[in-house]
Design a protein around this ligand. Structure first.
Ligand code: ADP
Ligand code: MG
Length: 291
């Protein structure tokens, strides 16, 4: 059976009481690593109208949880991820990571973008080493770490290749290795497989699950793909069409999460149920005119 928990007023009231007592929710209940507390975000472009991208979003993410943020295009998923990453300032509400407000990007939060953000003039190895150089690790340790992560994502033999010599899947694996190499506690992934063909995408999803099982991290994985969310995530936060709100949070447990579940009846039914939850939002998003 599908477990759906709506974020209700009781929860918000409890949260407010804790704020009043000067305590962060995460430290109070000891379970949340990331606390997003009544966050709204408005873009104010130099030209054109202001856009309310997120409205009153509250969400908690537990340590080592794999959470999918699922919603139609334009609902504010990337905005929320960039706020957690510290790439955008939080103007309304607050975001805490391990009890501390997010004010800027930090090595505790690694981000993987939709489009592989690799340096085209650097090889696979140099791209991965780049993040480590900035951490000022001793050279021998850096090289070993880079090689470990090259091996982990299956790119052994391609260390000296340039991005232009790699397939889309290999570029994305390089980007993931670069982020994993500096060992962030939290991985923020923004539709990381969105630009890949269906076959590569499916291989990469399985690969990501394998990596996550080997080196468990807290993951927020943004996607608009219901099947991808159901395959990967422990919980799925379904967002409404813009302005983005958390519409529903779905517990998405499976016994053993591997590629064999994709053909199970339980999986197909779960995808159907969640698709029913997001369909209305997808229709609304299509009807919403661009600002
Ligand atoms: P998603 O990732 O869910 O597709 P985004 O977070 O990218 O959505 O965007 C949410 C809304 O904010 C969209 O309507 C988008 O057009 C708008 N938006 C995003 N970035 C900017 C920006 N820099 N300036 C103005 N509006 C923006
Ligand atoms: Mg986006």
């Amino acid at each position: 059976m599908l477990l759906v928990r709506r974020t209700g007023p009781v929860r918000v009231a409890a949260h407010r009481r804790m704020r009043g007592a000067g305590c962060a929710w995460g430290r109070m209940n000891g379970t949340a690593q990331i606390v997003i507390d009544r966050v709204s975000h408005t873009y104010r472009p130099a030209r054109g109208r202001a856009v309310l991208a997120l409205s009153d979003v509250s969400l908690e993410v537990r340590p080592r949880e794999f959470l999918a943020l699922l919603g139609p295009s334009g609902c504010g998923k990337s905005t929320l991820l960039y706020l957690v990453g510290g790439f955008l300032p939080t103007e309304t509400g607050r975001i805490l990571v391990e009890g501390k407000p997010v004010v800027k990007p930090g090595p505790d939060r690694g981000i993987v973008f939709q489009h592989f953000a690799l340096f085209p003039w650097k090889t696979v190895r140099s791209n991965i080493l780049y993040g480590l150089e900035r951490q000022k690790l001793p050279p021998a340790e850096r090289t070993k770490r880079a090689q470990d992560f090259i091996n982990l994502v299956g790119l052994a033999g391609f260390e000296d290749s340039y991005p232009s010599q790699l397939s889309g899947g290999m570029k994305q694996r390089t980007a993931i290795a670069r982020t994993l190499a500096f060992d962030p506690n939290i991985l923020l992934m923004d539709e990381p497989f969105g630009a890949l063909d269906a076959q590569t995408r499916s291989l990469m999803q399985t690969e990501l699950l394998n990596i996550w099982k080997r080196t468990p991290k807290t993951v927020i994985f943004v996607t608009h793909d219901v099947q991808e969310a159901v395959y990967l995530a422990d919980r799925i936060a379904v967002m409404s069409a813009r302005p983005g709100r958390i519409k529903t949070i779905v517990e998405n447990k499976f016994g053993e999460r591997d590629a064999s579940i994709l053909r199970s009846k339980e999986f197909v039914e779960r995808v159907d149920e969640i698709w029913n939850l997001v369909r209305d939002e997808a229709i609304k998003a299509q009807e919403t005119k661009a600002p």
